[in-house]
Design a protein around this ligand. Structure first.
Ligand code: GSH
Length: 210
């Protein structure tokens, strides 16, 4: 299989972190990772549009040559294809909780963080938009409080002791924020400690560049 990706972007990074965490748990998935340079707009060229008409990354090319073009669908596919040592967890309760927090992180945090970063200091060269940045900052407060509260019981990771797809999705967005030199945690010591702890993991060290 092939994963078309770009290192800084949050959605590819979340899949790359997932693959690295699975490797740490003992499942080395046979996936070649291929960079598509979004700064040079290679993702908008016919070669990539043939893989994914929306031009986004990541894209997983399966062994039969067909594609998956949504990051969470790619992770779920890999979970189903390599169920031994699944990251989602062994039972419906664990899997339900992991999916729930991952959706909250992706929809309520990763999206606004991406918009905030691009509005402040876009790596793709988008024009600054202070008004949008301020609105995204406001939208992020309740979801960040939600995560801070989850962590307030002393758990090391977002779902407890075991790493989850929610950790991968959150860290993928934080790498992007570090690159654009933004910090949105405010006075949230639980999230700051989680960030340090997650970045010390071998999978994070293998994948993260910023
Ligand atoms: N819902 C898609 C979103 C994919 C997405 O928006 N990827 C961004 C990178 S994080 C991208 O490719 N942006 C470049 C572009 O749209 O030109 C997913 O989860 O995979």
């Amino acid at each position: 299989m092939k994963l078309y990706m770009v290192p800084l972007a949050p959605n590819p990074t979340k899949v790359m972190l997932y693959i690295a965490e699975r490797a740490e748990l003992g499942t080395d998935m046979p996936i070649e990772q291929i960079v598509v340079n979004t700064v040079k707009r290679r993702n908008r060229e016919p070669e990539h549009l043939a893989r994914n008409p929306f031009g986004t990354l990541p894209v997983l090319e399966r062994d039969d040559g067909s594609y998956l073009i949504e990051s969470l669908a790619i992770i779920e596919y890999l979970e189903d294809r390599f169920p031994q040592g699944s990251l989602l967890g062994p039972d419906p309760e664990t899997r339900g909780n992991a999916r729930d927090v991952e959706r909250i992180v992706d929809l309520r945090i990763a999206g606004p963080m991406g918009s905030y970063g691009h509005a402040r200091n876009s790596p793709l060269g988008l024009p600054p938009n202070p008004e949008l940045a301020e609105r995204m900052h406001g939208n992020l407060q309740t979801p960040l409080d939600y995560l801070e509260k989850l962590l307030s019981d002393g758990r090391p990771l977002l779902l407890g002791e075991r790493v989850s797809i929610a950790d991968c999705t959150l860290q993928a967005s934080l790498q992007f924020l570090r690159y654009v030199e933004a910090d949105l945690f405010g006075e949230r010591p639980g999230l700051r400690a989680w960030d340090e702890r997650y970045r010390a993991r071998p999978a994070a060290k293998n994948v993260l560049r910023w």
